[in-house]
Design a binder for this molecule. Structure first.
Ligand SMILES: [Zn+2]
Length: 448
């Protein structure tokens, strides 16, 4: 992968999405989905306001045209046209003149970072407000201000997008990213961008699993999707939530609720062999949409890949989470990590050693160093490990974990040994499972 070139491409895509005022519903998310659709095949779904989704209800649709606070001379001292973060997301309309004293309870600032605008929302309580830099607020005087929010909150629809890439199996890998934040780059245009480019990378390839990419509003979107797809979620074998993957920090992988699934192990393995710092975090019921996928009724094998963890970086949910905060190289390397994880899932075969009684004579087959007496290099060690553990039970990932050798080197070794007739692959049906999908779904649901 040409990290520089790919990184620029990813960054440019995120930059195109950046100015759009998104929310959990409305035209901003529709415009964002249309942009994603220009890159990958995307089916867009619209769910009406009032639809019951488990314990939640699809909210009214929110749209905004303009918003400002103007002083006595009509000069805009806070202007939505300068930054869409200036409006409390989901603000109801207002047009009044009021003194600063009355306005203040509706103003949100960050005194610790007096130049930054905070990002605040009020999805489930009808409220209006403005977010502004602390310095902007300090500059306001005790005169009357014209306050205007030209928004609408009406019955409408919640929109989300799905990109489905069919593989030879009906069993699925789910990649989910939230697409509801306005001008915020790391959280989560980085996740949206890396997911979209991963879909682009995989489309047209011969895939074992089917891949389903979701571009959905956070929380209510994931809940809506799960409610509408309850009958088929049993097909999801592995999943990843992608968020905050564009900053300069090292990687964090948050395990699924189950904690020891193939995706958990594949992600940890890939990070272990990457050239960046990384940490694996235990599951907790807070964070992003893994909260919904890993709720006890579903308990799906879905982890969350991040660089810096939400809430731990100062720029989180502020105007400083901008296009300078995400870096082309970080985006490209995150895409690479995702592609490597997919590579593990796709190729995590089990093999049988066809000559299991003592070691086969590798030298005779050109698979061993010709001069005796020297220690085996990694290629040779990989062949020996694969031969030794290929008893039909150990997968390549098992062998990778036990040997400390990277999956990609072991996978290559297995291919060479198979070509020489020393290994045979355990059938795909046995590995991925292509039958009995419906029965398993029902079984999962009954358990939930
Ligand atoms: Zn967020």
């Amino acid at each position: 992968m040409d990290f520089e070139k790919v990184g620029q491409e990813l960054h440019q895509f995120a930059a195109g999405l950046y100015p759009i005022c998104r929310s959990i519903t409305g035209d901003g998310i529709r415009e964002s989905l249309a942009r994603i659709k220009s890159l990958i095949p995307l089916q867009i779904f619209e769910v009406p306001t009032g639809t019951q989704v488990f314990d939640w209800t699809v909210p009214k649709e929110w749209n905004i045209r303009d918003a400002y606070i103007a002083d006595g001379a009509g000069k805009r001292v806070v202007d939505f046209r300068q930054s869409n973060l200036h409006v409390l997301n989901y603000s109801i309309p207002v047009h009044e003149t009021m003194p600063l004293r009355k306005l203040k309870p509706h103003l949100f600032t960050l005194p610790a970072h007096p130049d930054w605008i905070p990002y605040r929302t009020s999805y489930f309580k009808e409220e209006w407000g403005f977010c502004l830099s602390h310095n902007q607020m300090l500059a306001m005087t005790d005169c009357d201000y014209e306050v205007c929010i030209e928004s609408s909150l009406e019955d409408g629809r919640l929109s989300y997008g799905e990109c489905f890439l069919p593989g030879s199996s009906e069993q699925e890998v789910l990649i989910s990213s939230h697409v509801c934040h306005p001008s915020l780059a790391n959280d989560n245009l980085s996740g949206v961008t890396v997911a979209a480019f991963l879909a682009k990378l995989l489309s047209g390839r011969n895939l074992q699993y089917s891949y389903r990419f979701l571009f959905i509003p956070g929380t209510i979107g994931a809940i809506t999707w799960l409610a509408r797809n309850r009958k088929s979620v049993g097909r999801i074998r592995h999943g990843l939530v992608l968020t905050c993957v564009g900053d300069a920090g090292g990687f964090h992988y948050k395990k699924s609720r189950q904690g020891d699934t193939e995706i958990d192990r594949a992600a940890a393995h890939v990070l272990h062999h990457s050239d960046e710092s990384w940490e694996v975090l235990e599951f907790s019921p807070y964070g992003y949409d893994e909260r919904q996928y890993c709720s006890p009724g579903f308990n799906l094998a879905v982890g969350c890949l991040m660089r810096s963890v939400w809430g731990t970086f100062a720029q989180y949910h502020t105007s400083a989470d901008n296009l300078d905060f995400i870096r082309p190289l970080s985006l490209a390397k995150s895409l690479r990590v995702c592609a490597d994880i997919v590579n593990v899932l796709e190729n995590n075969y089990r093999y049988r050693n066809e000559l299991p009684y003592c070691e086969p004579q590798l030298g005779r087959r050109g698979l061993y160093q010709s001069t005796g007496g020297q220690a085996g290099g990694e290629d040779i060690m990989a062949r020996l490990w694969v031969l030794n553990l290929s008893d039909g039970k150990h997968s390549l990932l098992d062998i990778a974990e036990r040997s400390g050798i990277s999956f990609s080197i072991l996978s290559e070794a297995a291919e060479i040994l198979s070509d020489k007739g020393l290994l045979s692959k355990v059938s795909e049906d046995e590995r991925i499972g292509t039958t009995g999908v419906i029965a398993r779904d029902e079984c999962n649901l009954r358990r939930s």
